[in-house]
Design a protein around this ligand. Sequence first.
Ligand code: SF4
Length: 152
Amino acid sequence: MDDHDTKNNNSLTSPWYKKGLCFSCKKCGQCCTGFPGFVWLSPKDLSDIANFLQMSQEMVLEKFTRKVFHKISLIEILPSYDCIFFCNNRCSIYPARPVQCRTFPFWPHLLLSKETWDDAARSCPGMQTDENMVPYEEIEKKLQEYQQNFLP
Ligand code: SF4
């Protein structure tokens, strides 16, 4: 077992981010634009967006989403791959944005190790900052919110 394995194994009992992580969104929009991806919607996300837009869920599904692998994802505008709700350099449904967006970057696969976190930070200036230390408890809360949102 090398140092890398030891660090990641220890993180099972005492997560590597136990002392918190710095994150402060710079509102650059890079995570909403520029490359292909998926913003998965849970039934609650769909309901929140429909309420916010004062539309039926059926209409939201028809106008703003696509089916991928039997799941629902927001549409991207080609050729830029901007999220369909990204307008005038901001999220136009911000108060009702999906849990996936609200919990970023505290996603299970990004929190796996310092390496996965640093890797993701290369494309997010908000993760490269020394400002706004997010405490461990809050990270865990976001992580759980992300995980529970997609439970069947
Ligand atoms: S890439 Fe990071 S800093 Fe830029 S908008 Fe997304 S979360 Fe904020």
